[in-house]
Design a protein around this ligand. Structure first.
Ligand code: NAD
Length: 237
């Protein structure tokens, strides 16, 4: 099948950025070994201890600014895949890092938000996150103090762009899942949605190991994303 003229939907997760030096959350040695999810990924946690949460995201941002944190061959080959495609193409990432953009991806949606932005919970203005988050920070728009937080989707909050994402899912011919366990909803629901459509959608999974959804895919590529994705993309031309 010539994939390059089909409609392509790609979903990426923390696994694609692992080889760039950004830890996943749930895996052994992942970030959750040091932090509790409910403390840094909920509004309740933020209200209880805002500067603990702010510190967590300031640290994540600093890591991204580190010169050695750069896109790997997995990110780069997805950007060249996008350039080669003549059909509809959308990359949806659950990642909050900016490595896809740095690699050159253009049509990309961050469904869990991004470390590039913060917002004021009071006046809702979106701000470029190029300062240190702090409970003493004054919103430059409304002057409210202590209400600016990272623009990342926390537990109990609605992921972004779902309407647009489902529009693309409805017309996609190819669904590619990369570096994600597919365990976390609503992203996990994308697979359920495809399984229920009458259209024939070819599904590919790329992961370092089998996931509990692997059996639903037409082809499963086991290995590090920095190796398996370039090989796959090169095979398409
Ligand atoms: P997840 O549940 O999707 O798990 C990561 C997956 O990546 C696992 O299935 C693992 O087997 C796979 N993986 C690990 N190394 C890999 C490699 N080299 N190549 C291919 N696959 C590999 O994600 P999570 O870590 O539980 O994170 C949950 C959420 O937290 C994310 O959806 C995201 O919103 C956020 N998060 C973002 C980042 C980031 O921006 N880089 C990092 C960690 C967590």
């Amino acid at each position: 099948m010539d994939i390059l003229n089909k409609n392509i939907f790609i979903l990426t997760g923390a696994g694609i950025s692992k080889e760039s030096g950004i830890n996943t959350f749930r895996e052994k040695d992942g970030l959750w070994d040091n932090y509790k999810i409910e403390e840094v990924c909920t509004v309740e946690g933020f209200k209880k201890n805002p500067d603990y949460v702010n510190k967590f995201y300031n640290e994540r941002k600093k890591i991204l600014e580190c010169p050695k944190i750069i896109p790997n061959h997995g990110h780069k080959s997805l950007a060249s895949f996008e350039n080669k495609c003549s059909g509809e193409f959308l990359l949806v990432t659950q990642n909050i890092d900016n490595l896809h953009e740095k690699a050159g991806s253009k049509k990309i949606l961050h469904m869990h938000g991004t470390l590039d932005f913060a917002f004021c919970m009071f006046c809702k203005i979106r701000l470029k996150f190029d300062f240190n988050l702090s409970s003493k920070y004054k919103c430059p728009n409304c002057g409210n103090v202590g209400n600016v937080r990272v623009d990342v989707v926390w537990f109990g909050e609605q992921p972004k762009f779902l309407d647009k994402i489902y529009k693309y899912l409805e017309m996609t011919d190819i669904f590619i899942s990369i570096g994600t366990s597919n365990n976390v909803y609503p992203a996990a629901g994308f697979i359920d949605f495809i399984m229920q459509t009458d259209r024939k959608v070819k599904m590919y999974e790329f992961n370092i190991e089998k996931t509990n959804k692997s059996y639903l895919f037409d082809e499963v590529f086991i290995g590090p994303a920095s190796k398996t994705i370039p090989k796959f993309v090169e095979s398409l031309s």
